[in-house]
Design a protein around this ligand. Structure first.
Ligand SMILES: NC(=O)c1ccc[n+]([C@@H]2O[C@H](COP(=O)([O-])OP(=O)(O)OC[C@H]3O[C@@H](n4cnc5c(N)ncnc54)[C@H](OP(=O)(O)O)[C@@H]3O)[C@@H](O)[C@H]2O)c1
Length: 283
């Protein structure tokens, strides 16, 4: 397939990975159609199926970000993939999550993986990243009043840079034949504790930042109070327990294997991102 003339549909295009995938693909010379509910080339809403066909029109490649903040979406994604089969799609790269190959089929993310594996009409790649480093600068691990509040104890996680995830995704879409059926689990180069991450963020932002290892039930309640649906907050609580019990992601070589460059360390991500914690303008 001559991918340079192929169009890529990027879902979740204003999000942490989608925005970076779109930029990577454009830099590779691939035509991109960004999609989300607002702020993208086309309006795409998982809950409004009338927006799906236009998003897929002429698209040969799809970066698939499933509906966020919910647990029950396998059918919705399946219907979208049916539509993709009837359109011009040749390859789908799916954003899954670390360890999902061990999840039961009833877990929606695993359900989507199995659905893709079953389809012969287009090829696919599955990308299962560790926790994103950007959680510390863009979402739920951002320091609040000098504390990163999360019940991960002394457990470690091989946090991965969303830039590296995007580079892996872009590589699969740029060369689908080489990555057909591939499953990658992008991780950072080191497994670190949240306290270790806080120390690095302290250094680069020149202010005291600590890890506050809060009670898990209290954290889940706070997450719900912040607007996260209760069932999703429970799932996030389970993920924090995975780390706390020593079962967090461990480093592997997938980023380097796919992109040819070593994964970004937390220190390098933090240096590059220091403005997020100091409030200084990005230069
Ligand atoms: N954070 C982590 O550490 C981590 C680790 C592994 C896997 N993941 C997975 O990453 C996924 C999220 O990806 P991300 O972090 O790149 O995205 P994100 O930053 O959470 O952004 C979500 C994107 O989806 C769009 N969106 C939200 N609701 C939508 C809807 N109803 N219809 C269509 N688009 C919608 C948003 O734009 P609009 O709001 O404008 O529509 C936005 O572009 C989750 O499924 C999560 O399981 C996360």
């Amino acid at each position: 397939m001559n991918t340079i003339t192929q169009k890529a549909l990027v879902l979740g295009a204003t999000g942490k990975t989608g925005s970076r995938v779109a930029r990577n693909l454009t830099e590779l010379g691939i035509k991109v159609r960004t999609a989300s509910r607002s702020g993208s080339d086309v309006r795409f809403d998982w809950d409004d199926t009338s927006t799906h066909a236009a998003a897929l029109q002429d698209a040969a490649l799809v970066y698939l970000v499933a509906p966020v903040l919910r647990l029950d979406f396998a059918q919705q994604v399946s219907a979208f993939l049916d539509l993709a089969e009837r359109a011009t799609v040749r390859h789908v790269t799916f954003l899954s999550a670390y360890g999902m190959e061990r999840a039961p089929a009833e877990v929606a993310v695993r359900g989507v993986e199995l659905d893709l594996i079953d389809r012969a009409h287009f090829s696919h790649s599955i990308v299962r990243p560790a926790w994103f480093m950007q959680n510390f600068s863009e979402t739920f691990l951002q320091p609040v009043d000098g504390a990163i509040i999360v019940p991960t104890g002394d457990g470690t996680e091989a946090f991965v840079d969303a830039e590296d995830i995007a580079a892996v995704v872009a590589a699969t879409l740029a060369n689908p034949e080489a990555h057909a059926g591939a499953q990658y689990a992008p991780t950072g180069p080191h497994a670190i504790t949240v306290a270790g991450a806080a120390e690095i963020i302290s250094d680069v932002s020149d202010q005291p930042i600590v890890h506050h290892d809060i009670d898990r039930r209290a954290w889940i309640a706070g997450t719900v109070a912040a607007g996260v649906p209760a069932d999703y907050a429970e799932m996030l609580g389970t993920l924090t327990d995975t780390i706390a019990t020593g079962n967090g992601a461990t480093p592997n070589t997938d980023v380097e294997r796919v992109t040819g460059r070593a994964p970004t360390s937390f220190a390098d991500y933090a240096r590059r991102t220091a403005h997020a914690w100091t409030g200084e303008a990005v230069r």
